[in-house]
Design a binder for this molecule. Sequence first.
Ligand SMILES: Nc1ncnc2c1ncn2[C@@H]1O[C@H](COP(=O)(O)OP(=O)(O)OP(=O)(O)O)[C@@H](O)[C@H]1O
Ligand SMILES: [Mg+2]
Length: 389
Amino acid sequence: MIKIFVVEDDQFLGSIIKNNLGKIEDTGVHHFLTAQDCLDNLHLNPDIITIDFMLPDMNGLELMEKIRNFDDSIKCVIVSGQDKVEVVLDVYKKGAADYIMKNDDAVVNLEASVRNLFKAVIQKKEVSTLQEQIIDRNKYSNIIGSSPSVLKVLRLIQKVEKSNIMVLITGLSGTGKELVARAIHYGSPRARKPFVTVNMGAIPADLIESELFGHEKGAFTDARDRRIGKFEEANEGTVFLDEIGEMDLLMQTKLLRVLQEKEVTRIGSNKPVKIDARVLAATNRNLSLEVKEGRFREDLFYRLQGFLIHLPTLHERGEDVIILAKSFLSEFCKENKMTQINLTNEAMKSLMEYKWPGNIRELKATMDRAAVMCENNTINPDDIVFSNS
Ligand SMILES: Nc1ncnc2c1ncn2[C@@H]1O[C@H](COP(=O)(O)OP(=O)(O)OP(=O)(O)O)[C@@H](O)[C@H]1O
Ligand SMILES: [Mg+2]
């Protein structure tokens, strides 16, 4: 439902406007006689507010300014008897969505104006629902498992998610490092801002600097346009430096400087830009060993390790193997609109005995395969094909 406030000190005119707008499908309209009444009710989250220019307690523009300070996505329509060009321009400049002349057609024109704003309001609502869904899907409650080692990880996530502290996530391939990084971002006050992943292992060494920090037009042969880097793209959000162990020593030096100064300089520019991005990093390498062997800078290692979250292998999670297997099966059945598939005791036993070198990613692929292979909605040991056997 779209909520509309009508602020009009003339009781009679206000009621006419209210009734007229109320006829539009799926709207709820409130009428207020004063600016203060309107301000006192902003917590009801109106989408559109029509404002009379001359109110007893406040000028319409002043009211609009206060409304937009509260939430600048509220669409304000100013209704006024003034038709001086300067006044009209000023109204638009101060952020009004529309301006309606107070004449014989005012009520009809106001209805047309409000209908026009609907599309933008509905779009905004759709974007924020989508945003909430993304946040929900990525929160730590989606990390399945109840073994002591996983509960410890969940507690650590809760401890770090609200702050800006740098977190290093370690663990073997497929143990859920990216899942944890997303959980931290989407549980943080930055959740509605970008989560930007950069995979150090997937970008050629000579392109990493421009990828992370951006470049100016003409900075190097292929730089046809100016481009901002991932740190700037993640402004007010989070940068996830995945596979940080793959970064070469020269780049590590540059990264360390950026983390210390909290500013980046695009290639080909000499003007640093302030950045506000939280940094999370992950690696499946043993970084302290990399440091010992001279492949990773010690100072960067300590800096990144502001907080360390280590993910256990799947085999170390005991009964979680079964909880995860069942959850992946339910997911598979739901996606494919099938009735629930069950595991026999023997099948569970063989899942528990296997070592899972590919960890949770391997378990998911194995369960998907078994779900396709099995008959009568029951998985027997024969339906399970391990990739390592
Ligand atoms: N505890 C968990 N509960 C549910 N799903 C999980 C869990 N851990 C991992 N997964 C799933 O397993 C898959 C692999 O996880 P993810 O990509 O986060 O691992 P990774 O550690 O980043 O692996 P790699 O080192 O290979 O990049 C994903 O599909 C993820 O959703
Ligand atoms: Mg990963």
